[in-house]
Design a protein around this ligand. Structure first.
Ligand SMILES: *Cc1c(COP(=O)(O)O)cnc(C)c1O
Length: 424
């Protein structure tokens, strides 16, 4: 154990970690582009963009300069009763790239709070109208974060089992994966008949934490249309999919139905400063606009609309919109498709899927593989030993690289995956 690791073990409590059985964390000392180096100067390729937040590479100069400039102009000011140009610029920028019907934005600090705000708005919108609608609809395998309403909407029991019975009302429908669409539509119609539903929250087209599970835009169009017909609010949780991951700016750009709300975080600031945004239609905002103070949204966070975070978000969106970055996304997509056409012939591979920069494959397995099971740990350790950071989900291996990952680095990642198939 190094000194850093000793001190870590003495003081720190890590996320999603059983400290008795987990390996001691690796101390990372610097990063550049798609690469990270640990304290012994061992190099790692960050093949999952550090939990999906970092599309433009580590220690990005362009974003760092924007942050420095903001920090030395106005680092923060309270957002209750005050406003500032960076927040307004982020709003104006988002209005250009969000679905047409999104007109208002609300700032918070992370993906879970973006979801929390969306769910609270859905529930209070009907409360303000004097309607009793208290149930939220979500997918069976959804992940929406770790705060209470976000946990309630999440389906993965690992994260939520200690808190069962303490949640808001959530009912679930199956994910409309290929061939299962009708079952999902039918389940939705049935639930709407039997419950007073306020909103439907979903990860559009890709369920990240479930193992990059994908489904078609047509299926989501249908589910959202059923909701619209029944006056149920639709909430697109684009915390993972937003800002280019699916090949378009937002997964919702593949749809021909527009959501009522969207949740954004992760890549919003290029992986630099924690920040999140929930976006709304004018109609939702108007549902809180009143002479009655009780109808206001009494929700906020101390660091709401932090100007430094806003400056990072602006710089990130600017980078995303460059031709070079769009070409990178396309290049990685093409590269994944080529790798997919080869690796899917491997006898241990049962399914593969690609959307935008996201690639996933499932390994054939005798047993039901649990989220942090034996196969997962074996794969994870193999990848780390070979200098690639990936976090398999059960028997699913996925890649979600920073968009600036080079072809040579991609090839190395593919090679390590191919070798890993021989050890499990
Ligand atoms: C990561 C994630 C969240 C939670 O975001 P945090 O910043 O970790 O709170 C919510 N929804 C989706 C789809 C996510 O991938």
């Amino acid at each position: 154990m190094t000194t850093l690791q000793e001190k870590d073990q003495k003081y720190l409590w890590h996320p999603y970690t059983q400290h008795k059985t987990a390996a001691i964390p690796i101390a990372i000392s610097r990063g550049e582009g798609a690469l990270l180096w640990d304290e012994n100067n061992k190099e790692y390729i960050d093949a999952i963009a550090s939990w999906w937040v970092n599309p433009f590479g580590h220690s990005n100069k362009f974003i760092a300069d924007a942050i420095y400039k903001q920090l030395t102009t106005l680092e923060h000011v309270l957002f209750g009763g005050f406003t500032h140009e960076p927040a307004i610029q982020v709003a104006e920028k988002l209005m250009q790239i969000l679905p047409e019907n999104q007109k208002k934005i609300f700032f918070s600090d992370n993906g879970s709070t973006a979801v929390e705000v969306a769910i609270k708005v859905a529930l209070q919108y009907f409360y303000n109208k004097g309607e009793t609608r208290k149930t939220i609809i979500a997918f069976e395998d959804a992940f929406h974060g770790d705060t209470f309403a976000a946990m309630a909407a999440s389906g993965i029991s690992f994260y939520t089992q200690a808190f069962q019975g303490m949640f808001i009302d959530v009912v679930r429908i199956p994910v409309p994966v290929k061939g299962q669409e009708q079952a999902s539509f039918d389940a939705l119609e049935q639930l709407i008949k039997n419950h007073n539903c306020a909103g439907f929250i979903f990860e559009p087209l890709v369920l990240g934490a479930a193992g990059m599970v994908m489904y078609e835009p047509e299926a989501l169009n249908e589910l959202m249309s059923i909701c619209k017909k029944n006056n149920i609010l639709t909430i697109a949780d684009e915390v993972m999919t937003g800002f280019g991951k699916t090949g378009k700016t937002f997964a919702c750009d593949y749809l021909n139905v527009e959501p009522d709300m969207m949740c954004l975080s992760k890549a919003l600031t290029g992986g630099t400063i924690p920040m999140a945004i929930t976006t709304f239609t004018q109609e939702l905002f108007d549902g809180f606009y009143s002479d009655d103070i009780n109808k206001a949204l009494f929700h906020g966070h101390t660091f709401t609309a932090n100007p430094t975070g806003c400056a990072a978000a602006l710089a990130s969106i600017e980078l995303l919109q460059t031709d070079a970055m769009q070409q990178n996304i396309e290049r990685i997509n093409q590269s994944h498709l080529k790798f997919e056409s080869e690796i899917k012939k491997h006898p241990r591979v049962t399914t593969t899927r690609v959307l935008g920069v996201i690639f996933a494959l499932e390994i054939q397995s005798e047993n039901e593989e649990s989220y942090y099971g034996t196969m997962r740990n074996k794969l994870y350790n193999f990848f780390i030993k070979n200098g690639v950071i990936m976090r398999p989900v059960g028997n699913i291996i996925y890649i979600l690289p920073p968009y600036i990952m080079t072809n040579a680095q991609l090839v190395k990642v593919y090679e390590v995956i191919t070798k890993a198939l021989e050890i499990v």
